[in-house]
Ligand binder design. Structure first.
Ligand code: IMP
Ligand code: MG
Length: 481
């Protein structure tokens, strides 16, 4: 009886402190940190973790943890079906012995962490499963229904914190003209942001992803690469995971001399986990990415000249006629709307339209541009004039590079219920693709080089060239190419 009442007292105290944290002016990550610290303490266990489903509900991600090692938190991909799946169906799960229970995905890691018993309860946001809250005991433990009820209350508090964060940061964004923009495919949760990056280039990259509203996680997990006598001896932690694209990104900008080693690790990761998509972003690729927006070492001087011509006027015109023929055949009998994304596309679009044999409407969209200093997000600054509902839309692009712009626009257009949506691009820089949106019509595949002319600019210059050329590398400049 004495034990019962002391537990009642400690539950009451913890719930009081939790409610206070939820209602405080702390930022979201601090509130979650408080909750995952208070819950295990009241239950007299050591570790606690908050796992959240990613946007595609394919993986669980550690969003907050208390008293668990870095290694345990960053264990491999946690698959909802493999890790205490009953929690994901809405039921609490008790594990008496994690090291032997087949419901545990990473038994060896649990053993190394001295995790013996686990209690896992579902985390719901407005009635929908969004993850789970778990506590870990280092000694054998049978959890009671009172303890389950307590942890469920803690999970409900977590749900309130996440939900209020979401309605603050996402959801339906009002537009300047008062019309509602449909909600973009928001992740279930806004994952925690680290406050410190290992390198400024990582922070810059994170800001770029933020701009394109691509959800990212910084070093969310490690993959075991090597074992000795059942112990993990080598782990690999990619820098970023982009849940919406299901893509890991490893940047090699920090220490170029480590590039070789990183390549090997990526290679090994692909061997061990063929289902994992991982991309290596080399320093050069990264500098080019930034240069596109006028930043980084490759940007700077406006005096760079035009290098080799890649596609002549005649080559471009032949290609445009060929694309127009294909499009005219595919859209025979219908009346599509050509949607151009300003501004680089105007040369291509004007030529393409004049070569079509089907009637077509034209309309344009414009979006805001990335500026490193301003922490903004990509915005539509000019939307369609034509109502696209029920129309056949053909999105026209000059060039698709990372695909991040295209992804944003395609999602926006889809939300406006067109009868169909296809994409036509003159140039496809496929090697640099991060967001892989299917392209229906492609003019030319182009190498990983910065291109100018035929509408494409470098800092507003060179759009008027009647051909497509490479921009001279800075090191080439002045050498009289
Ligand atoms: P993405 O979002 O990285 O695919 O970038 C697409 C946009 O970046 C294009 O619509 C262009 O405006 C611009 N862009 C990408 N590559 C080049 C290039 O080589 N030259 C000029 N502009 C480019
Ligand atoms: Mg463009």
């Amino acid at each position: 009886m004495a034990l019962m009442s002391s537990q009642t007292a400690s539950f009451n105290k913890a719930l009081g402190e939790m409610a206070k944290a939820v209602n405080s002016d702390l930022i979201v990550s601090e509130k979650l940190d408080r909750l995952v610290k208070l819950a295990p303490r009241a239950l007299a266990v050591r570790g606690c973790s908050l796992l959240l489903l990613d946007a595609q509900k394919r993986h669980l991600i550690h969003a907050a943890a208390h008293d668990l090692s870095e290694r345990y938190r960053r264990k491999g991909l946690i698959e909802p079906e493999k890790s205490l799946s009953e929690t994901m169906e809405g039921n609490a799960v008790m594990v008496a012995d994690a090291a032997t229970d087949s419901r545990i995905q990473f038994q060896e890691l649990a053993r190394q962490e001295n995790v013996v018993s686990i209690m896992s309860v579902p985390l719901k946001i407005r009635g929908e499963i969004a993850g789970s809250l778990r506590v870990y005991s280092r000694t054998h433990r049978e959890f009671t229904s009172r303890e389950e009820a307590f942890l469920t209350t803690a999970a409900n508090l977590v749900g309130i914190v996440l939900d209020s964060n979401q309605s603050k940061e996402g959801g339906i964004a009002p537009r300047e003209d008062g019309a509602e923009v449909s909600p973009r495919s928001l992740p279930v949760v806004t994952p925690l942001r680290p406050t410190t990056f290992a390198h400024p280039s990582e922070e810059e990259f994170a800001r770029l992803l933020d701009f394109y509203q691509i959800e990212w996680l910084y070093e969310p997990r490690s993959f075991p690469l090597q074992w000795e006598e059942g112990r993990i001896t080598e782990m690999f932690t990619p820098d970023f995971y982009l849940p919406g694209l299901d893509l890991y990104i490893e940047m090699t900008t920090l220490k170029p001399r480590l590039t070789r080693e990183k390549r090997q690790k990526v290679h090994r990761l692909r061997e061990l986990h063929p289902e994992v998509n991982v991309n290596l972003l080399a320093r050069r690729d990264y500098d080019r990415l930034l240069a596109k927006y006028g930043y980084g070492p490759l940007a700077g001087s406006k005096t760079r000249g035009v290098g080799r011509v890649l596609f002549s006027t005649a080559q471009i015109q032949r290609k445009v006629r060929h694309l127009a023929k294909q499009i005219s055949q595919d859209y025979e009998g219908s009346h599509p709307v050509l949607v151009g994304v300003m501004r680089g596309v105007f040369c291509f679009m004007a030529d393409l339209m004049r070569a079509l044999t089907v009637p077509a409407d034209v309309d344009f969209m414009a979006i805001s541009h990335y500026e490193a200093e301003k922490g903004g997000a990509v915005r539509i600054t000019k939307d369609l004039e034509i109502n696209p509902e029920g129309r056949h839309l053909l999105l026209i692009e000059d060039i698709v590079d990372t695909g991040m712009t295209l992804r944003f626009i395609v999602e926006h257009l889809k939300s406006r219920k067109p009868a169909s949506l296809a994409v036509c691009t003159l140039l496809d820089k496929r090697v640099r693709r991060l967001a892989d949106i299917p392209l229906t019509y492609v003019g030319f595949q182009v190498p990983d080089e910065f291109l100018v002319g035929y509408g494409l600019d470098y800092q507003e210059e060179y759009r008027n060239l009647p051909f497509v050329a490479l921009l001279e590398e800075e090191s080439d400049a002045g050498q009289g190419a």
